[in-house]
Ligand binder design. Sequence first.
Ligand code: FES
Length: 108
Amino acid sequence: MDIVNITVIDREGEEKTLEAPTDMNMNLMEFFKSYEYPVEGTCGGMALCSTCHCYVESEHDLPEMGEDEEDMLDQAFFVDDEKSRLGCQIAITPELDGLIVKLAPSAE
Ligand code: FES
């Protein structure tokens, strides 16, 4: 199995480095859920709910945002123009190794 390490900072500020598979067609939202982080992923990864909103804290070169992701983040709370992304729109690829990502506060 191909594995990358991703560091997640949860809403309480706790930091953990976790393994994520690159060969399972997984995205960051699904990765958060697989480790039981409180990320609802209500829309199932369609860029329609922003419950997977997170901040990219490392200097990784991630794929550009699509229009759906930009539109959804326009309506989300606590958006950071530099760091905010929707986890469901970021596929787990080998390029993500060493990524540091922080969960955005829950909108509720
Ligand atoms: S899971 Fe709904 S926007 Fe990502």
